[in-house]
Design a protein around this ligand. Structure first.
Ligand SMILES: Nc1ncnc2c1ncn2[C@@H]1O[C@H](COP(=O)(O)OP(=O)(O)OP(=O)(O)O)[C@@H](O)[C@H]1O
Ligand SMILES: [Mg+2]
Ligand SMILES: [Zn+2]
Length: 256
């Protein structure tokens, strides 16, 4: 640790200074002893004492860092489970999973991100959301902006703007989704495909496509199936990029 630069008139002192009214304080976080600070008025030479802070500079810096990261998590919209899904705890049990891991762990460090989309599909419980969240978590650790939404959650958020108690407007929500550097759209295809749903999803995908901003989507459906279920224009735009099929057994049953 480099020596802290303290102006001459402000010094951290051992508590042996006779007229200091404060004793040393242990940092609440790391326990390191902290000393009171005194300030000498350069004109009158009068000394004024201040108690030591409850948290040392080092721990304060760490706390600020965590707070900053929390902002990126809040922006991304990750919940507790999603925060645990990282590259380090993803087991590459199949060759497809290994290839996906290799591709996505490199992808997350590309800056800027490639404009091409990424589409991961396959049956339930095989790690699609895990890999998508691993990308999100990696970007957050790098302090980069990314938004994660399940398709159902995204549609719900937009619907809520129709209510009287809504905070943000529909335009604001859609603007956030269409301008973020990476939108991760989890579980596309599970929503009931009403005309409104198709229109909203198409709009978001098309806006991002036109702005050269990527989407990383996951689905239980292939692009062919999504084309039938939703809209071929949606599937066509998502198909422009890397398509990854994952297979294998459901990771969920029997897991503790
Ligand atoms: N290869 C893996 N290594 C470690 N954990 C895994 C792996 N695959 C899945 N998991 C874990 O199993 C659970 C289910 O995985 P995940 O949510 O990613 O599945 P999914 O493919 O998105 O399924 P669904 O289609 O139902 O959304 C998660 O808790 C995830 O962390
Ligand atoms: Mg999933
Ligand atoms: Zn400390």
């Amino acid at each position: 640790m480099p020596e802290k630069q303290i102006p001459q008139s402000i010094q951290s002192e051992q508590p042996s200074i006779s007229n200091c009214p404060y004793g040393p304080v242990k940092c609440k976080d790391c326990g390191e002893e902290q000393y009171p600070i005194h300030f000498t008025n350069p004109y009158t030479e009068a000394i004024r004492w201040f108690p030591a802070t409850e948290i040392c500079d080092n721990c304060e810096k760490i706390k600020t860092e965590i707070r900053n990261l929390e902002e990126f998590y809040a922006y991304a919209g990750l919940d507790a489970r999603h925060k645990t899904m990282i590259f380090e705890n993803f087991k590459t049990l199949t060759e497809q999973a290994r290839q996906a891991w290799i591709f996505l762990s490199a992808y997350a460090f590309k800056s800027p991100l490639p404009t091409a989309n990424v589409f991961i599909f396959g049956p339930v419980g095989i790690g699609k959301t895990h890999l998508a969240c691993a990308v999100v978590n990696s970007l957050i650790q790098q302090k980069r902006y990314v938004r994660f939404r399940t398709t159902v959650g995204l549609l719900k958020q937009i619907k809520e703007t129709f209510g009287p108690k809504s905070g943000a407007t529909e335009e604001q929500i859609i603007w956030r989704l269409t301008t973020t550097p990476l939108l991760v759209l989890d579980d596309i295809g599970v929503e009931r495909p009403t005309d409104w749903v198709k229109e909203i999803i198409y709009y978001i995908i098309d806006e991002r496509y036109n702005s050269l901003l990527p989407i990383l989507a996951t689905s239980n459906y292939s692009l062919g199936e999504l084309s039938e279920k939703l809209d071929d224009r949606i599937a066509s735009r998502l198909s422009e990029g890397r398509i990854m099929k994952l297979d294998g057994r459901d990771y969920r049953p029997g897991r503790v």
